[in-house]
Design a protein around this ligand. Structure first.
Ligand code: CMC
Length: 424
């Protein structure tokens, strides 16, 4: 608590509210007592509301800073691999060399899916969106692991974390294999996490798959850059679902559902659709005008962010990785990349975007990388979900291992008040 107090005047009443300082970021005003005063706060979209206390991730949107447990995202992307970042998010500290090796091995030991899981995949239509399949299959994991779902048991929670991190690539790749009618590929323990994902996506049982190290590194960076992002819509969904005591697999499935929307995880898919729709550099001006027209619902996908009002540090790393991947594959002159680069340049100089502090976000370049690797657009959000699972789990874990109450927002009611039921 700080020495400072906030004072709120409501009519002739003056209400004193305690304030707290975090280790970084704005102070918060504790409004919990307001309900006793007969008023609620009103904040649709949670623009000014801190819904929880957390030690995991910090974002300074004005300065383009993203820290996981205090470490800058750029440093983690440069020096760590995804599993090391998972360990950090989950446990609060970077692993020692020995802990790191053990964690990697543990994850490898959990990558296979229960064989009966195949039947779940086979229940879906072949043309089902892979997010629909992933949402269902992850929810279904709770039917397989009811031996380890005691929310209050720390050890069971740890096992669940390992299972989720290990199985998500297998589930994601199987969603794709099912949609194209190819056999499911089993995980290979001689490969790294990212290599193994590529192997399960693109390998076939009749020949040995040799992962390309540049593409595997790019894939790993995509996993790292999407691993966590503070109290975003899907993480808040997971926390809210978890606050009821729901099992972790159900909570992660709720996060996947929330991520699916085009304003959130669906944006990387939407970016590629948008670039394809623009089609040619000569059409860019027309689409910029559409984005600025308030009577047109069109928005520049991959631009803007609720929190970053300077630049998205993840977008910088993604842009560099995009160049590495495209040059490795000889696609430097890819027409969509050219449109993306030109669009970015024009938007960054345009008064409308400058004034509103709209910069490219992580999804602007991640879609181009995924497309170059050969991943279809419908799988983009699935890969985001795979990467974000550790973030969702870490937040859920933080919440259930402390004091928490069921999340139950209130409302400003504007509907009819009590009225008589008409006599018939
Ligand atoms: N294109 C055109 N105008 C925009 C855009 C855009 N992409 N984003 C925001 N604006 C305008 C908006 O119309 C508003 O203008 P005005 O003040 O004149 O009414 C102003 O900028 C503020 O926008 P907002 O909708 O109030 O901002 P928000 O914080 O509610 O929304 C956002 C943030 C990310 C949903 C939004 O910028 C957007 O829809 N972007 C495109 C979708 C996208 O790329 N999403 C991925 C986010 S990063 C990945 C993730 O974290 O999931």
């Amino acid at each position: 608590m700080t020495d400072e107090k906030a004072t709120l005047s409501v009519g002739d009443k003056s209400i004193e509210l305690p304030m707290y300082s975090g280790s970084a970021g704005p102070d918060v005003i504790d409004v919990r007592s307001l309900v006793q005063e007969g008023v609620f706060t009103y904040d649709p979209g949670f623009v000014s509301t801190a819904a929880c206390e957390s030690k995991i991730t910090y974002i300074d949107g004005a300065n383009g800073v993203l820290l996981h447990r205090g470490y800058k995202i750029e440093d983690l992307a440069e020096n760590s691999d995804y599993l090391e970042v998972c360990y950090l998010l989950l446990n609060g500290e970077l692993p020692t060399a020995e802990e790191n090796q053990k964690f990697h091995q543990t994850i490898k030991n959990h990558t296979m899916l229960h064989d009966q899981m195949r039947n779940f995949f086979q229940g879906f239509r072949r043309d089902a969106h892979p997010m629909a399949i992933m949402c269902g299959v992850v929810g279904a994991l709770s039917a397989f692991y009811h031996d380890s779902m005691d929310v209050a048991d720390e050890h069971e929670r740890e096992i669940t974390a390992h299972r989720l991190v290990a199985k998500m690539p297998t589930i994601a790749a199987w969603c794709y294999k099912y949609s194209i009618g190819q056999p499911f590929m089993y995980p290979r323990n001689d490969l790294s996490y990212a290599e193994n994902f590529l192997q399960m996506m693109f390998g076939v049982p009749c020949e040995e798959y040799k992962p390309n190290p540049v593409l595997a590194k790019a894939m790993d960076k995509i996993f790292i850059l999407h691993a966590d992002h503070e109290q975003n819509a899907s993480t808040s969904t997971v926390r809210l679902a978890g606050s009821t005591g729901a099992n972790p697999y159900a909570c992660i499935a709720s996060g996947i559902a929330a991520l699916w929307g085009p304003a959130h995880g669906g944006a990387n898919e939407a970016v590629l659709d948008m670039l394809a729709e623009i089609g040619d550099e000569s059409n860019i001006e027309k689409y910029i005008a559409k984005a600025k027209d308030k009577d047109d619902p069109f928005r520049l996908m991959g631009f803007g962010h609720r929190v970053y009002k300077n630049f998205d540090p993840r977008a910088k790393v993604m842009a560099e990785t995009a160049h590495e991947v495209l040059s490795e594959l000889g696609l430097e002159n890819d027409p969509l990349l050219k449109i993306a680069q030109r669009l970015e340049k024009i938007a960054l100089e345009d008064e409308y975007f400058v004034q509103r502090k709209l910069y490219p976000n992580v999804d602007f370049y991640s879609g181009l990388i995924l497309k170059a690797i050969g991943i279809p657009t419908s799988m983009f959000t699935v890969i985001f979900a795979l990467s974000r699972t550790i973030g969702w789990f870490s937040h859920w874990n933080e919440m259930v291992s402390g004091n928490y109450r069921i999340g139950r927002p209130r409302q400003l009611y504007t509907g009819p008040t009590t009225r008589e039921y008409p006599t018939k």
